[in-house]
Ligand binder design. Structure first.
Ligand code: SD4
Length: 330
């Protein structure tokens, strides 16, 4: 996905698929401290960070056929893991500074079962390995070589994940730049997905190749339960995108779910989550963070630091790209 394209499309709706009242609730152009209207909808619903329409469509297909939220988020995010044009998730992701593509993913179900893989190499679908960790091991996280070995034991095939395009980007980067993550240049497009199924059960998944040209061994928030993703089936779920170090420092997704437990709407909770990060950084905001959340009623919200973050939702009311409200204004 091209960032410019998603910015252009943000706030638009798949033609003919959305009823008018939903359009009125877009969280766009609100003042800094406003609580933005939430989108109300009924079960089932799937939503994800950024404008990944094919991923939410896949999740919706699962949900609409009576499938559960765990299968929906799993199959949904795999669409982007397999999308070679997405250079921030799965196969085709940009490598670390040594030229190795290392992938992070986690998944969490309605019973608080969870699984994660960190810095996994040579496996195209880290979310599937994360699910296997959840379902087939007594552990929550497997990292690096251990995760890769486990994947082979589970029947996953060794795959070269470095596409020519990502290799070229890495070679150019080595020549032209010093490492510094820069908002809207490193193209943070991790997919975090939340779904609530017809029974009202919530699950989430998050998968990424992490920050482009990161140090070898670096892991961000995305595979860390509580940071990049958290689900509590009694309350709701949240997931994050952006500079993971900042999300880890505030255990962002867990915080948002706890704020919803205290009575905040998903929108209010996302705004507060962003504010906590901003407070910790004392005015230095040269990075992007975006959160999305859903509660048990099927209400959703999203918020970010810099304008431009959007999130896709798909329910029986329609297929929507929601432009999230932002702390800073354009
Ligand atoms: C990370 N949060 O590894 C991820 C990066 C990201 O879109 O969101 N990219 O820090």
């Amino acid at each position: 996905m091209k960032r410019r394209k998603f910015l252009k499309n943000s706030g638009t709706v798949t033609a003919g698929m959305l009823s008018a009242p939903l359009l009125a609730s877009y969280s766009e152009n609100k003042n800094q401290n406003d609580t933005v209207d939430k989108i109300k909808t009924s079960y089932p619903i799937a939503l994800c960070t950024w404008d990944f329409g094919n991923a939410t469509a896949k999740a919706w297909e699962v949900l609409n056929a009576g499938g559960n939220s765990l299968d929906a988020v799993h199959e949904g995010v795999m669409i982007e893991e397999n999308n070679l044009n997405n250079q921030t998730v799965g196969n085709g992701g940009r490598p670390d500074r040594d030229g190795n593509v290392t992938l992070d993913a986690c998944i969490m179900d309605k019973d608080a079962n969870c699984g994660a893989v960190l810095a996994l190499q040579n496996i195209a679908n880290p979310i599937s390995v994360a699910r296997k960790v959840m379902e087939e091991t007594p552990h929550v996280m497997l990292v690096g070589k251990g995760a890769e070995q486990f994947a082979y034991e589970q029947g996953f095939k060794k795959t070269n994940l470095l596409t020519e395009k990502s290799k070229k980007d890495w070679e150019d980067w080595k020549v032209t730049s010093k490492y510094k993550p820069i908002i809207n240049i490193e193209n943070h497009d991790t997919i975090g997905m939340l779904a609530i199924d017809a029974k009202g059960d919530i699950a989430g998944a998050c998968t990424t190749s992490g920050m482009a040209f990161k140090m070898a061994g670096r892991v961000g928030d995305s595979p860390i339960i509580g940071a990049g993703l958290f689900v509590d089936n009694e309350i709701g779920g949240a997931t994050a995108t952006g500079v993971g170090e900042e999300v880890v420092r505030t255990v962002g997704s867990f915080l948002i779910v706890e704020l919803m437990r205290q009575g905040k709407s998903p929108q209010e909770a996302c705004e507060e989550g962003v504010r906590r990060i901003i407070e910790k950084n004392k005015g230095k905001l040269d990075f992007q963070i975006g959160f999305i959340a859903i509660n048990k009623k099927g209400e959703t919200g999203g918020y970010c630091i810099h304008p431009g973050f959007s999130y896709r939702s798909f329910s029986k009311e329609g297929h929507v790209n929601n432009l999230a409200g932002s702390y800073l204004k354009s």
